[in-house]
Ligand binder design. Structure first.
Ligand SMILES: [Zn+2]
Length: 379
């Protein structure tokens, strides 16, 4: 057992981190973990935290290791934003926390999972802590790429780059850690394009597999304007359903908890103003979370859709590369029969443009409609 067991396909990064954990001279107070979504940035950061706190450098079984990995250790704080940005208020809280000495361990570790979502003011606030580091406090910032983090933060952190793990490595993790059947694990690892969290969900949730299949078959069904508009609407519906499934229960529980804290009667028809304003601010937060979640699901659907055209291109050019949709070869073959290579490239461009537009805050439905119109099959 080792604390690095779930950090898969990252030999170079693990070597660097292991060395730093074991050699104080190689240690520094700020680290920047970059890698594509699902490559395990947060998993790697937690493993590093455990290695720093474990009396034997990361055994993976002692109390320090286990609690650090779960982020329940008193000296490990993991900040994950579910809204669209990390606000300056939160950054200031973190800076205050960073100034405190570790309570039980050798280090205090603060992991910021979405450092790319720091607002400019939040990043400035955080920068002060990086410029005047507190001894024994370690920052671990995670982002998709170095370009996603302001240069002043970048230049004060040591960079650890994670790669996309191999299909085999992801499948192996699902079998070993989650007890998934090997054939299912292989399908899920491929279909999720090695995104570990998504692969796990695909392997364990039949609805997720059905939704994914619905998305990839769209490529064979968009024959006219009506179908295009329908496909765009379908993607939004799928995203909204997933978002609702993920949040309804949690939103209600949060509301109940807030009412309890405020000593309000949840069944009362009208609430006093101070309670109303607290509830309104919670609802605003929940809405931001739902917006981000829906957007992420839409983006994921587009990545899935893109994979069919890319696979069709592989089939047409007989490139011999492994297909993402190996399990749905018939769909891929049909798309390859319907569209020439150039048309496939245009389709991939249209999907890329839609992703960029949505990322730039264009109304998702409008961006999807424009895309779907470009995906119409030749008559
Ligand atoms: Zn340990």
């Amino acid at each position: 057992m080792s604390v690095w067991r779930d950090v898969i396909g990252q030999e170079a990064a693990v070597a660097t981190l292991e060395h730093a954990a074991g050699h104080p001279a190689a240690m520094t107070h700020a680290w920047l973990f970059t890698g594509p979504p699902g490559s395990g940035r947060s998993v790697a950061a937690r493993a590093f935290a455990a290695a720093l706190l474990c009396p034997t450098g990361g055994c993976g079984t002692c109390r320090e290791c286990r609690t650090a990995l779960e982020a329940t250790h008193a000296d490990v704080d993991v900040v994950a934003t579910e809204g669209l940005s990390i606000k300056v208020e939160l950054a200031r809280d973190l800076v205050q926390l960073a100034a405190r000495r570790p309570s039980v361990g050798r280090y205090r570790v603060i992991v910021v999972e979405d450092a790319d979502r720091l607002t400019e003011r939040a990043a400035d606030a955080l920068l002060k802590a990086l410029e005047e580091p507190t001894p024994r406090t370690v920052w671990m910032l995670c982002a998709p790429s170095v370009e996603d983090v302001i240069i002043t933060i970048r230049s004060r952190s040591r960079h650890v780059r994670l790669r996309t793990p191999s299909v085999a490595a992801v499948a192996d993790l699902l079998v070993r850690r989650d007890g998934v059947d090997p054939a299912m694990a292989l399908y899920a690892a491929r279909a999720a394009q090695q995104h570990v969290g998504l692969a796990r969900r695909l392997a364990r949730d039949e609805h997720a597999r059905i939704r994914r299949h619905d998305v990839i078959t769209m490529a064979t069904k968009i024959t006219g304007v009506g179908e295009a508009i329908g496909a765009a609407q379908d993607i939004m519906t799928i995203a909204a359903e997933e978002s609702a499934a993920a949040s309804t229960e949690r939103d209600a529980a949060e509301r109940t908890r807030l009412m309890e804290v405020l000593g309000a009667d949840p069944s009362a028809r009208t609430q006093p103003p101070h309670i109303r304003s607290q509830v309104a601010s919670l609802e605003k937060e929940q809405k931001a979370r739902a917006t981000r979640f829906t957007r992420d699901v839409v983006d994921r659907a587009l990545v899935d859709l893109l994979s069919v055209y890319r696979d069709a291109l592989v089939v047409r050019t007989q490139a011999g590369t492994a297909l993402v949709n190996e399990d749905s070869r018939q769909v891929v073959q049909r798309v390859a029969d319907l569209l020439e290579s150039e048309a496939l490239l245009r389709a991939m461009d249209a999907i890329g443009t839609a992703r960029e537009r949505i990322d730039a805050n264009v109304n998702p439905l409008l961006a999807l409609e424009a895309m779907a119109l470009d995906l119409r099959l030749p008559r």
